[in-house]
Design a protein. Sequence first.
Length: 187
Amino acid sequence: MLTMMPVEEERPMTDSIVVRDGLGRKRHFSGRLIVDLSWGADQRRPARWTDMVLYQKDDGLYALQVVGRSVVYHRANSCGRGVKVSAGALFDKQRKRYDELEPCPDCKPTPLHAIGDDDIDATVIQVEEDRPTLHECATAVELVNVLRNKEDRTLSGLAQRLLKNAARLDEEIEAAVEAALNTSEPL
């Protein structure tokens, strides 16, 4: 289950926020958190999931951080997903990440716990990485349109939850959501 943390409307807009853009670069700005729909580390989650966090920057823009996340790994050169890495290097340098990984059900790589000490450095796997996206929207209407599916203009369940909770805290988002309910065309 996702952890939803709406932020009180009265909260001052002075927090220093760091997010990542589509190239993985850190972006810094001041603003306030509106809604955080992220899976908690202590929660049972799927092998692949999406986190969404909505901020309002001090300049009035909305900043929507969407991160596709995964703990799936593949056999090298199999499914065409992930970044090639030595299982041994991952074990040595990112142990927590290594321990979280789950084998792809399609290509069925060797389970990490079954790789012997002599073979771990020579074993290459492909690890799926987080895929961050940052959308900066000038208006709440633009935010709703960013969240809509490009083909059929629908909203995913996660996008609906984000907007529903954000609308409780932000009048502009509330008005944009109401308008979106009345049309499937871009606002």
